[in-house]
Design a binder for this molecule. Sequence first.
Ligand code: KMH
Ligand code: ZN
Length: 310
Amino acid sequence: MAKNRKVIITCAVTGAIHTPSMSPYLPITADEIAAGALGAAEAGAAIVHLHARDPKDGRPSQEPELFAPFLKKIKAASDVVVNLTTGGAPTMLVQERVRPALQFRPEVASLNMGTMNFGLYEMLKRTKEFKFDWERPYLEGSWDRIFRNTFADIAFILESCSNNGTRFEIECYDISHLYTAAHFLERGLVKPPLFIQSVFGLRGGIGPHPEDVLHMKRTADRLFGDDYVWSVLGAGRNQMTVATLSAAVGGNVRVGLEDSLWDGPGHLARNNAAQVRRIRTILEALSLEVATPDDARQILQLKGRNNVAF
Ligand code: KMH
Ligand code: ZN
């Protein structure tokens, strides 16, 4: 793992795991997404990972016109690094998922490293009433749905974005996904330093046990040596423990309402900034310095905020 002593906090502001009825604080409209991202940046996030939602009913959407208004607001008010999803939602085709990254050429875009189960149905237990008709079938449908990321899909995203200078947040939900990333490195479709985002505790991926986290790190160290920058995210209630563990052993962290709605047991986070502040406090207690957006640009060798198309 590349040696950087400043810790990059990524904040994933909204996303396709949670639905609007699960939390009144989940950003839905462009104004809410911009405010969530700017609040997170103010609190110490160097990178914001962004999805869009249809403002009518909060459904995940990859329509570039829904991204444009919040991208404009974020860029006007902050130098935070913008990371756009190419994962979209497991219900979408890859051609639809890549559209925002293709059009806006961000400094960073996500890239999912394998086809997998993506179980959201357990969250049905918690929410009894849904405001919108798509929410329950979306969650129930995850019992029998795959999140498709074949080799061809991954290559399609990499090849279509190849002239954009975008670096990828390589999302690895299992050890095998590290091997897929190594395969694409060997084929020359991704270039070092790889930004590996390991995901723990999502149903269908690796679990959140400390042994899982350490096994992920050991394997990535062996496959990539100094050619990667490691970050982690723990889904749901695993968010802060997984982030703290990773930070203690040299990694970077991702928080945000996309992956967890919580700010302590039983307390819904009122905004993204609350989770950024919580991990920031932990990092500072560990005597770790928090990376600025420009530190993140240097560590990840990004092309710079003047070279995006928004
Ligand atoms: N919420 C993450 C576990 C993407 O946007 O490409 C999945 C994710 C996928 O971030
Ligand atoms: Zn995402």
